[in-house]
Write a protein that binds this ligand. Structure first.
Ligand code: SF4
Length: 359
């Protein structure tokens, strides 16, 4: 028996896992580092992990990811289940680009009974923002179901506009996922408008917004939108013409249009798994996941990062921080993730609309 002072983070985590048994579930997003992932009972993307929460029999759910993921898990958790985020300050930069009060002000400014605006929020948003979206008749989407949900939002907006009229959709916060999804549905570029949200939407050109079909919130994920570039694709094409390139749809549309495939993290994992033996595949997403794919397939194919791009917030959760959080949780030193009571119902509604539309 060791004192916790002399135990390594690995030993401290294993000791708590052994003590709590099935009362503890550790969930880890694909972008977490291996030292954390090794302790996870389940890995997945944000939605896969959130979906695991309602059916849990555990008392404690520890969500290794970023803040909006633990919040979504807390929203979906059965009564009596406590959700903990080991590093509460790990916030998704993109989710922070669409604060609830801003989204509400912009939606209020955009509304017009003859051409209503239905919001469609990427799952990378706070519960408070999802609640605003729910109150305005909108829904949530993921990168895997964005095309289905954008079509749902367009149809819902048209229905609300009434016979012979067209409604509009506000896609938030990721302008790139919005563009890439609009490309899939064939929405012409001239029917899209990237909003100027400064001054809580005061500067929006209302006439231009009225003429658009798809309004795009000007947010992005720096890990994907900024760091993956055309120059990297050109270089791969020149050096290895047979190589395949697949990226996440949070990348800019010129990048997505220039590669062989684009899709969610689950899609990229499958793409690497299904690549023929002996092939060389470059993946454009967070490098902790790509490194794992490289190791997993090393015996039969070469999987490489298109560029080494890490998410600094995802990387705030280390094995040591996880060990500290588990001990703090048991000693009552750290609070469980909570959701504002008033946001619960409308935020759940925005999620339910997605689950029903994609059933
Ligand atoms: S990778 Fe991008 S979207 Fe994902 S948590 Fe990091 S900043 Fe947010």
């Amino acid at each position: 028996m060791h004192s916790t002072d002399t135990m390594s983070p690995t030993q401290r985590i294993l000791a708590i896992k052994a003590r709590l048994g099935q009362d503890l579930v550790i969930l880890a997003h694909h972008y977490q580092e291996d030292a954390v992932v090794q302790h996870a009972d389940q890995t997945g993307d944000s939605l896969e992990l959130a979906r695991a929460v309602p059916g849990t029999a555990a008392k404690y759910v520890v969500f290794c990811g970023v803040a909006f993921m633990a919040e979504s898990a807390a929203l979906l958790a059965p009564t009596g289940v406590q959700v903990y985020n080991p590093v509460p300050e790990a916030a998704c930069v993109m989710a922070e680009m669409s604060p609830a009060d801003y989204v509400e002000a912009v939606l209020t400014r955009l509304q017009n009974p003859e051409s209503p605006v239905i919001p469609l929020a990427y799952v990378n948003t706070s519960v408070a923002t999802k609640a605003v979206v729910g109150r305005f008749g909108g829904a949530v989407c993921t990168s895997a179901n964005a095309a289905t949900m954008l079509q749902w939002a367009l149809d819902t907006a048209d229905k609300a506009a009434g016979p012979g009229r067209k409604g509009r959709v506000l896609f938030l916060p990721d302008q790139h996922l919005g563009h890439n999804t609009a490309n899939k549905l064939g929405i012409p570029a001239e029917k899209r408008l990237r909003l100027d949200i400064r001054g809580r939407g005061e500067r929006i050109d209302i006439q231009a917004a009225q003429a658009a079909r798809l309004l795009l919130w000007p947010g992005n994920c720096p890990v994907h939108a900024v760091r993956f570039k055309m120059s990297q694709i050109r270089q791969v094409r020149e050096q290895y013409p047979q190589a395949k390139i697949a990226v996440h749809p949070e990348c800019a549309q010129e990048v997505v249009n220039a590669v062989d495939a684009a899709g969610s993290t689950s899609f990229l994992i499958k793409y690497a798994a299904e690549a023929p033996a002996g092939s060389r595949v470059y993946i454009g997403t967070e490098c902790n996941l790509v490194d794992r794919l490289t190791k997993r397939h090393a015996a039969e194919k070469t999987i490489l990062p298109l560029w080494r791009s890490g998410c600094s917030n995802m990387n705030k959760t280390t094995e040591a921080r996880l060990a500290d959080a588990l001990e703090g949780m048991l000693q009552g030193h750290i609070p469980a993730t909570s959701v504002d009571e008033a946001d619960m119902e409308p935020a759940r509604l925005s999620l339910t609309r997605m689950l029903e539309a994609c059933a």
